[in-house]
Design a protein around this ligand. Structure first.
Ligand SMILES: *[C@@H]1O[C@H](CO)[C@@H](O)[C@H](O)[C@H]1NC(C)=O
Ligand SMILES: *[C@@H]1O[C@H](CO)[C@@H](O)[C@H](O)[C@H]1NC(C)=O
Length: 455
């Protein structure tokens, strides 16, 4: 009798939890992207991509993965991530397919001539209208043809408000000078930017990475939500403008190009808010966050033993990032094979909790732990990484949290992603712990019936 009654309670409980999940999914969906933050961002990071956030010499992409874990555990919920790249939308997307890049809140592309918001990349038409002022692409083409020193860049990089070439270093200064004179005579007002000792971009005068950032800050100001702090990050000539925006912190990564360092020496040498990091790329950005005291600066990827670590801010997002790191390390055999890890997972997974596999099959959470236990080291010595993106969590009642995120897994050449929702309860005997009540996944890209996709 008593057993039947408690079974009834449990079934009832599960049913209510499921209802809550359905309701929350609905409300998360309707929440517009830019309204993700109700107030001012705690930190807005505005970063260039190639050789700033992305280190093309880091074959394992480890500094980027360190940054990802830091951002998703501590910043995603209340901060803004902005990419500012010279890449056009086409080759920006290409980079996102090659590298474990997070989804930014805002993407500024084509050297500040195109701005797009959110996951669905909604374009800012007002910005593009504004750039038409004293700009005529056809005239730029007519005039540049007269310079044999200029080699056009590939077609994808020629944009409505950007005409791009390659030019030899020793020709650059001369070409820039006479080209700007000619275009001025034609009544245009342009800006010519030289970057990485090879790329020459011609843009409307009002464009550029700096102007695009100033435009965004102005928009935030009108809304009354200027970010509490802004950190700009760059490595080359077209990033210099970012550092001249007032009241921002800046980091030139250790591997910054000579042209940027020279600009800094001539224009911003005494500005205490700009540093030249001693670390490369994303590691230099993390270093700057610590240096300026802008928030947590220790990535969970740098912590070997989570049990021993003192957590800076404990949250549902933190819990998710930590779990998937443990999962990666277990399968890569980066931690020792100790039953103690699996025991502690069993203690945080609700005994009656269910995992809904992206294929649709359901399995008790504890069985998934058994499967995971048996996969120790199956990815040892192989290219294998797990990371999470777009972690959003909502407290749905006093002790229950719904967390939604993209879980990425790279295995060899294959990259797959699942939209994942987790129901966490903080009603637990563990002092700073959560109980995992329910996990549900749906393929977002890639798929397969692979049995080794466990969580
Ligand atoms: C790191 O980048 C290389 C390309 O440069 C790519 O082949 C590899 O899959 C990436 N690793 C991860 C974890 O994304
Ligand atoms: C984090 O920042 C603090 C304060 O600036 C610094 O002492 C510490 O070394 C930094 N930690 C890491 C891992 O960068």
């Amino acid at each position: 009798m008593f057993a039947a009654f408690s079974l009834f309670l449990i079934v009832n409980f599960l049913f209510i939890q499921l209802l809550i999940i359905v309701m929350c999914l609905q409300s998360l969906k309707v929440r517009a992207i830019m309204d993700r933050l109700t107030g001012s961002a705690r930190l807005m990071v505005v970063s260039d991509l190639d050789f700033t956030l992305v280190d093309h010499h880091d074959v394992q992409n480890l500094s980027l993965l360190r940054f990802n874990a830091l951002w998703e555990a501590y910043y995603r919920q209340n901060s803004l991530l902005v990419f500012s790249t010279g890449r056009s939308p086409a080759i920006y997307k290409q980079l996102r397919n090659e590298k474990p890049l997070l989804t930014p809140d805002i993407a500024i592309m084509s050297v500040g001539t195109e701005i797009a918001y959110g996951d669905s990349m909604v374009r800012d038409d007002v910005w593009e209208q504004y750039l038409n002022h004293k700009w005529d692409r056809d005239i730029v083409l007519e005039e540049t043809v007269k310079f044999p020193q200029l080699t056009p860049q590939q077609e994808t990089e020629q944009r409505p408000h950007k005409v791009s070439f390659f030019v030899e270093k020793f020709n650059a200064v001369e070409v820039m000078k006479s080209l700007s004179e000619r275009l001025e005579k034609c009544g245009l007002d342009v800006k010519i930017i030289y970057s990485s000792g090879t790329a020459l971009d011609i843009l409307p005068k009002g464009a550029g990475k700096g102007q695009a950032l100033a435009y965004l800050l102005k928009k935030f100001k009108i809304d009354g939500r200027v970010p509490l702090n802004t950190l700009v990050c760059g490595d080359s000539g077209n990033d210099a403008e970012l550092f001249s925006i007032p009241e921002v912190y800046g980091v030139m990564v250790s591997n910054a190009q000579e042209e940027l360092l020279q600009w800094h020496a001539e224009n911003a040498k005494n500005n205490p808010h700009i540093i030249h990091a001693t670390e490369r790329c994303a590691a230099g950005i993390i270093q700057a966050i610590g240096n300026f005291g802008l928030g947590p600066n220790v990535s969970l990827r740098d912590i070997r033993d989570f049990q021993k670590c003192k957590v800076e801010i404990f949250s549902a997002a933190h819990e998710v990032v930590k779990f998937y790191l443990l999962y990666e390390r277990w399968r890569r055999a980066d931690i020792e094979k100790s039953e103690h890890y699996m025991q502690s997972l069993r203690s945080v997974f609700y005994p009656l909790g269910i995992f809904v596999h992206p294929s649709g099959t359901e399995q008790p959470l504890h069985e998934c732990v058994d499967v995971m236990a048996s996969l120790y080291g199956d990815k040892q010595g192989k290219q294998y990484r797990v990371w999470v993106d777009r972690v959003a969590s909502a407290q749905i009642c006093s002790d229950t949290w719904l967390v939604k995120f993209d879980k990425w897994e790279l295995s060899g050449e294959e990259r797959r992603c699942c939209l994942t929702t987790v129901l966490l309860s903080s009603k637990t005997t563990l002092p700073d712990g959560f109980t995992w009540m329910h996990v549900h996944q749906t393929w977002l890209c890639g798929s397969g019936s692979e049995t080794t996709w466990v969580f």
